[in-house]
Design a protein around this ligand. Sequence first.
Ligand code: NCD
Length: 311
Amino acid sequence: MVGAADFVGRDIISIKDFTREEIDYILKIAREIEPLARSGSDILKGRIMATLFFEPSTRTRLSFETAMYKLGGSVIGFSEPETSSVKKGESLADTVRVVEKYADVIVLRHPSEGAARFAAEYASVPVINAGSGAEEHPTQALLDLYTILKEKGRINGLSIALMGDLRYGRTVHSLAYALSLYDVRLFLVSPDLLRMRREVLEDIKSRIEIFEHTSIEEILPEIDVLYVTRIQKERFPDLAEYAKVRGSYRIDLNILSKAKSDLIILHPLPRVDEIAVEVDSTPFARYFHQVENGLITRMALLALILGAIKE
Ligand code: NCD
């Protein structure tokens, strides 16, 4: 049986490091800790979290920082590596070996795939991957699952579509892996150029059936959860390729006239133009709810990893 002790001191690098039972346990703790997101608590008093962000972020960093403050802990770190010794040429390995002397947990976002795993090898304190290049974003997947569970009351039995940049979007890589542990019908919808990367596809196909499409319209009437993502312009090696797919998909009220009345639309944010602003005021839109769920899920993770949850 999975219990709180299984998480103490643990790194969160890839969603693949977790079993279905462990994910369900994290979601259960998130549900229990939810009231503390409003009331606050001091269960992590005296503990310090370092956020090392080598890439832009609004939500993920602020969400982790708020989670730590809500639990009574403190935060150090940088979000502009230009102002740290990285600018002087310090290596990631050295940065991590210094920061671990100050902090009880390190939250790292980095443009390189494998950076979080590499940092965890050097750090004696737990490392949480807050985005490693185009590879993974495991805590986003956990908050996405938590949102689905809260909004729909279940994950099993749902028809879920992941739409957009499935090639360079790290959130959809982690989410697809996580969903493949459940009994869902998974639809992958993207322009050909942005199809799900092969290693993710092969892995998830070994567990569940996948349906790939280039347009959402034909399948929308069957879908319970539509997860839309931004085209990750900054990750294209060649901007001519980006120009070919730019603006190639967009969810608006017209398309949604074909949707189930209880469809929910999620998006990791930031949104650019892939969901029309007119959708925001409809009951379909749940992407701003995800932000609150991110705070709750990260509170649960920090409390678990730092040993503040007792059985
Ligand atoms: C995402 C990311 O950084 O991967 N943002 C987030 O953390 N919610 C998605 C994106 O940048 O498109």
